[in-house]
Design a protein around this ligand. Sequence first.
Ligand SMILES: [Zn+2]
Length: 547
Amino acid sequence: MRAAILPFLLLGTAASAQTSSTPAPAISVETLKTVTQVLSSDAYEGRAPTTPAEAKTVGYIVERMKAAGLKPGNKGAWTQDVPMVEITATAVQPYVFTGGKTPVSLAYRTEMVAGTYRVVPKVSVANSDVVFVGYGITAPEKGWDDYAGVDVNGKTVVILINDADWQTMSREGPFEGRAMTWYGRWPYKFENAAKHGAAAAIIVHDTEPAAYPWAVVQSSWTGPQLELDEKGDHLDQSQIVGWMQRASAERVFASAGKDYATLAAAAKVKGFKAVPLGLKLSGGFTNTIKRQASKNVIGVLPGTAKPDDYVMYSAHWDHLGRCDPVDGDDICNGAADNATGVAGLIALAEAQAKAGPAKRSIAFLAVTAEESGLLGSRYYAEHPIYPLAHTVGGVNMDVLNTDGRAKDFVLVGAGKSEIEDLVKPFVAAEGRVIGVEANPERGGYYRSDHFSFAKLGVPMLDGGSGEDMVVGGTAAGHAAREDYVAHRYHKPADEYDAKWDWSGVVDDLTIYYGLGRKLADDTSLWPNWYKTAEFRGIRDRDRAGAK
Ligand SMILES: [Zn+2]
């Protein structure tokens, strides 16, 4: 799901390369091109989980893993079943806000979207009191609670996206300044609203702090929605979760006699008190419910000395499937996102297999339903095939750089784990430098599958080409990334392009190869999170329990 990473500042590193003396087998550009082209062709219909395209996609990945020389990764099987439930909202009513100067009715898709985690046939919220809860954050360790002193049980909460200090240019502030924390992410906001008993939770979309335009919200929140199929049918969640456009929120606030900009500014200040708007919300829809399994695909290169320790490479195979048509094209092919990542996974499997088994096992995991909220990786991490305490760490790939060679290599969410120190010599070996994440406010680290592992303690690298291109420098790199975000990201135009330059992909994959090989051959390595990282405690407990 996540958009490309954009660095703005370079930090040189003089670290000498401690790369292995055995030369790495070449990364096959032929493999990268073929796998990307096949998986993003119209025949694969945009690879939506649980559709007929899934069997085709899974079949192709298994075939390529087999040909690469991997063994089935799940006790003799190539796949892991992921129980899912598909909920499709129909007859979605507009959000109607009454009780103000004039009623405000927001149109589905263009002004608002609505969904639910609840596995129920019908959702309805009527005349529910509306409360503006600022950023919707409860962070006791920071002494910050947007819900303090207000009862929102059965009510509707309106929430701002990102966290309170996102406009700070530095990394200083209650929520790491410009960097987005977990508190800034929409899944957190809905989780916290449900904990406070809200009947409906509506996030105000704003392009800059959200890091993507309304079109992305519209395409990902309409049509069939997937969730993990779990006991309890998610009845502990709010009835309605959704979004509205910022301009719509301004109209809603105005009808309540309030100024949106003034209240949004007040929400940035510690001690902000939630504001009842004196409005009532009505909304609802009916659900079509389908329970079915999707699949993660897993292959392994068994280790020689410590086969029960695993190094993990991952990439999501799914994309959005059929989507809103643009110029008559309704297939979101997901070529960059993330056929390139799966192609990288296969190319790495080929290279690692060609180099022969390492001391530890190396696993290659293609997960489902990333675009539906990291579901396949979350399921794997909660039901691991290989115990997480024996999973050393690894690399996740989501959208590889097909714009050509980059001088920099950016660590997303830097400052979290020792994996970052281990990767630096491989970056330096290519004569590249570590770049700093330009848009930490986009919360990139929380937006792809490595986060599912991180949340449960396994340190995973999220890093790759920055935007300082060998040809054209940062101007070229910046223009290329912004063009992707504006015109192709999550749109039918994310298609395979024969003109793509694969040299930057090969550079990045060579680094991932070296890092994976190092983790797999040096059995003394157990990279941990830094002491300040939110996932350190869980890793320490997990490792202490491992034999
Ligand atoms: Zn993706």
